[in-house]
Design a protein around this ligand. Structure first.
Ligand SMILES: [Zn+2]
Ligand SMILES: [Zn+2]
Ligand SMILES: [Zn+2]
Length: 174
């Protein structure tokens, strides 16, 4: 580690590259700080927009409705469920829809069915039915349930959630 004084002497504003003074760490001025914030917000907004338009394209190609119940009102409530978790490469969320190549998105979507958020929750939590509560199954919905009719069983729960597979990640690109 360099002495603090030396480190500060080497620091520059991340926006305009002017040397930083005193207690400045990243920005030389409020102006540069605001500029940075605006850039971040803009690129986030651009990512969301691009992700949404690509999601819309996929949804149209997959029938524009929940394949389970026919829901077709709001595409924010339509999701992609991987039929086989073993084959899952990545989650088709707005972030990956925006950042990944269209080819890899199409390939990933072919492993999925289009379902509404309610049906998706039911698929992953079949033990939580109010008319037939299975507390054991509900508590262990990731390990011990077979979903009647869907052909999915046991360990196939939760794979569309935040559980990540350890797999080499493809570099994000457009
Ligand atoms: Zn600056
Ligand atoms: Zn799923
Ligand atoms: Zn549905």
């Amino acid at each position: 580690m360099f002495p603090a004084r030396y480190r500060l002497a080497m620091s520059i504003c991340t926006v305009c590259r002017r040397a930083l003074v005193g207690r400045q760490r990243k920005f030389c001025s409020l102006r540069c700080k605001n500029k940075d914030t605006n850039n971040r917000n803009q690129s986030y907004a651009a990512q969301q927009t691009r992700g949404k338009s690509r999601k819309l394209r996929l949804i149209e190609q997959m029938g524009s409705m929940c394949s389970r119940c026919g829901y077709a009102r709001n595409f924010a409530a339509l999701e992609f469920h991987h039929k086989d978790p073993q084959s899952k490469g990545f989650q088709l969320d707005l972030r990956s829809l925006s950042n990944r190549s269209w080819g890899s998105i199409r390939a990933e979507a072919r492993k999925c069915i289009l379902v509404c958020a309610n049906c998706h929750a039911e698929i992953h939590n079949s033990g939580c039915r109010l008319d037939n509560v299975d507390c054991d199954a509900a508590a262990n919905s990731s390990i011990s349930i077979s979903i009647s009719g869907s052909g999915l069983t046991g360990s196939m729960q939760r794979h569309c959630g935040s559980v990540r597979q350890k797999k080499p990640q493809l570099p994000d690109k457009t």
